[in-house]
Design a protein around this ligand. Sequence first.
Ligand code: ZN
Length: 267
Amino acid sequence: MRRIEKINIAYYILFSLSLSIPLIIYCGANIFSTSQETSMGAEFADEIESQVDLLDNEEWMDYVNTIGQKIVSVCDRQDIDYNFTIVDDSSTINAFALPGGYLYVYSGLILRAENEAELAGVLAHEVGHVVGKHSMKKLTSLYGYQFLLTLAFGSDPGLVELLAADIIAGLGMVNYGRNNELEADDYAIKYLYALGYDPNGFVSFLEKLAELRTSNPSFVEKLMSTHPEPSERIDRARLAIAQLPSKENLILGREDFLLRKKRLYNK
Ligand SMILES: [Zn+2]
């Protein structure tokens, strides 16, 4: 073997080790500061928003933000600002959360929700991912701390573009894993109940996912690639709801929601 080839192989091994060491040490943990998380999230949000169409409808943007901020007011993480945005894609039922409180819900999901509690349940689940810092933990376990620091300081826009494409495809940092998904479900039920929404709205939306999974799998393909079986989530959610103290006048918010939807889709 020529000397130059040996040197190349040695460098390759050293380079591989330098990537894998932080990956092992920081697996599953998040050691980024809130400001690092927020600046990384802003960078991803800019890139995501250049790759998808956003819904051009002020009423619905305001409405989703109002519900979202209500959830934020009772959530367990108050050190960041939360932004809620609607992706204009009526053939996809999905929602995701970026680091730093950037949350996205697809218009296809809104189209299939039947009351405000169902939509609030999905938003509360996404807020739960931010509260649990799931995307930062996932990013750290995928790429390692040192590597992500280069992203936090904006030195690799090409990589941000690639990672954003993964997020839209339901891969990478939004694939949080079963335990984090179930934790986000627990937060969703807690926040719905605290706000006076009927948490059964969350269950009825999961039932829709289960039904669509057989009747129209392409609609829920991205969501199903990142979330556990709806049946498992439904059983757990029902159990959690049964343990809540009874509360009068829990709301689903059906009529106003359907009117808004009619105005949006003119149906
Ligand atoms: Zn989730």
